[in-house]
Design a protein around this ligand. Structure first.
Ligand SMILES: [Zn+2]
Length: 216
């Protein structure tokens, strides 16, 4: 997970218009209206799932209520800050698929919120590809409610970190420590600016910040 800033410049006008015409999210019958919401969510999340950080597109993502529809009033089902774009939540090539993200969460409530910076500062990664927190309640959200430490996601994050590590090692022999830190800071800066985040960007940022700390 990575912080999602709910400050898309078009959000106010799009949501005002949708709320004027529909009483709640499930009442939105026009696909084009649902798509207007999803475009905003995808752009502000830079096309990665709010929970597992897989790449998502218009066609393979869904709009998720952070606080589930069952727990909120109709009006709040169209609350911009409560809406996130997520992946299909199904991993694997054949049934039964491994369920993650909102498919694993269903109607359960999360405590750890990707739109809250303080919550995201308590999320860590390991070189082995695990996502974890030292807070037990957040750990439960990650491990159980969202199933973010299933075998496939651990493997994907581990592989992302390994590829980055190999790229950095290729540069390392040509730099002294100072140049190496500057290089990694630039790489980190570029990743953070990207309008299309690299999948598993949270693990990438964690790894680069750790390496910069080690060498500076
Ligand atoms: Zn996901």
């Amino acid at each position: 997970m990575i912080i999602i800033k709910k400050e898309h410049p078009k959000a106010d006008s799009v949501f005002d218009d949708i709320r004027r015409r529909y009483a709640h999210y499930d009442a939105i019958k026009e696909k084009s209206d649902r798509d207007k919401i999803k475009v905003i969510l995808l752009e502000e999340q830079r096309h990665i799932c709010a929970y597992c950080m897989k790449r998502i597109k218009m066609t393979d993502s869904t709009t998720e209520h952070y606080i589930p529809g069952r727990s909120i009033s109709d009006k709040h089902s169209l609350e911009y800050k409560n809406l996130l774009a997520v992946c299909s939540g199904e991993l694997g090539n054949q049934k039964p698929f491994t369920r993650t993200c909102d498919k694993s969460k269903v109607n359960k409530l999360l405590v750890c919120n990707p739109t809250v910076a303080d919550d995201m500062s308590k999320i860590y990664y390991s070189r082995s590809g695990r996502i974890y927190s030292e807070n037990d309640v957040y750990s439960d959200d990650l491990d159980v409610t969202l199933n973010l430490n299933c075998t496939q996601l651990i493997r994907n994050r581990k592989s992302t970190i390994s590829v980055l590590e190999s790229e950095l090692l290729g540069i390392r022999e040509y730099c002294d420590d100072g140049d190496y830190v500057d290089y990694m800071r630039n790489v980190l800066y570029e990743y953070k600016l990207d309008l299309l985040y690299k999948p598993y960007i949270g693990a990438i940022i964690w790894f680069l910040e750790k390496m910069i700390e080690e060498y500076k």
